[in-house]
Design a protein around this ligand. Sequence first.
Ligand code: NQM
Length: 365
Amino acid sequence: MSRQTAVPAMLMRGGSSKGLFFAADDLPADEDTRNRVLLAAMGSPDPRQIDGCGGAHPLTSKVGMVSLSKQPGIDLEFLFAQLQPGNDIVDTTPNCGNMLAAAVPFALEKGMIDAQTGETTLRVLTLNTGVLSDITVQTPDGVVSYEGDAKIDGVPGTSSPIRIRFLDTEGSVAGSLFPTGRSKDSFELDSFGALEATCIDNGMPMVLVRAADVGRTAYESVADLNADTELKNILEALRLVAAEKMGLGDVSARNYPKMCLLNAPLHGGAVHTRCFIPHVCHDAVGVLAAVTIATACMTPGSVAEGLAVVGNPASLAVEHPSGEFAVALETDDSGRVSSAALIRTARNLMRGEVLIPTSVWQGKA
Ligand code: NQM
């Protein structure tokens, strides 16, 4: 018999992210104890996460918690937690559209809710920010299917498609789409001078910068950008002042706003990007980050103006280091983006129990 506390869990890939999924009821109800359990499960704050299940990278150091909803018209509630290799913060403030993609497969695998035959669509409330989405998973014979023809860049091979339609992403964390009140601001940085940026939140708070304005192209490799300390220092200085102006306060210990360099598309898409989340360069682009960037491309006066090539809002490709991310935006009569649809894939990689030292949690009474 193990002297540790066994907590049922699944290791799941959600889009181009990966992490542990739990039924919320299987975790401690008290938030401080729950956070200590999650840190132990993932192995943070050790940067290598050697004593836990985390993958020593922000994209593989994530947790999803799922429960049935008691609210009318909502099927599931999803809570995302970002843990970082290297610190002991369990951040449940921002969204993660990639991990969200695995929430419905997890609930179906766990038997929380019955699948339909063919496809199963559930309405999911993301508790982090209150965002609602309709998520459709392929369930031939009433069982989740992971095999199919859908390809998402940043993940090898093909899988069964998961359709996500976000219903209300505007101002998810910052309260409004343009939290500074403008589609473009100029910031005076001590170390750099004046720098123009668009501060925007359509599901993810972001600060967008023209790559040329910081002497870069956004066509550099992820490895080169991760080694570019001068650039990272400029972006962090901008992030801290922009966040204050966005009403987000002191974000030095937060993983948002995300930073993004923009340039003209190279491969027929709408725009080319290099995102920082916020201190590591993303190998692809986040889901709600892509929705937010695509929204900026449609906005007159943003820093994307003059770079972005916007044809049909129903098909906007955000180019990133490992390919492109297609977003379909719907707009209302005033031109405001009212919903965003996209395809992700996910896979259950392992199911079992995560073992937590009893000094961290003795389990439920
Ligand atoms: O923007 C990375 C990811 C994400 C978040 C990050 C995400 C989103 O690629 O919705 O998915 O921005 O830290 O998983």
